[in-house]
Design a protein. Sequence first.
Length: 180
Amino acid sequence: MATKQNLFFTFNKKAFTLIEVLISISILVLIFTFLYSQLNLAQKSTKKTTVIEKSTSKRAKIIELIYADFISSMDIQATRGKKYDRFVGAFDTQNSLYEIENPYIKYVVIEEQNNNKLIRIEGKRNDIGLINANSDFYIDVVLEGIKYFKVLVTNEEIEFFIKAKDMKDIYFKINRLVVK
């Protein structure tokens, strides 16, 4: 027959003490705190990577568009300004975003108080302008937040310098096709 003292010790051996429970809860709290901080860090990293990817993708698309517009043109003229060229005069190209055969393209910097925009206008005629823009012309905002936009044209090459908010600077050259 078991005594009262043996039953008490037998009962205590099957259960946790208060100290063991508190230690277990403390360890769980530390583990969950670590996991939460790692999850939070992963979320921040994902957001930052997404912003960089979008910026890189946007930058690549702008370079591709400008390259396609300018590569086949022979008659390009840019007006000069302090920080940016006001516009690149209408020129013919083989690149069309709207399936226009032999379109004319014009790049214009629109000045606003805190958000200058680089605009691309595409149309069938070479008298492209913002004032006479109608259904014959298609207007696209290429880039907002323009700080610097330059197009340098020589007989051999065309150089592009673009600086905008929230994007790495763009600089590239196109070697012009020499027609003899």
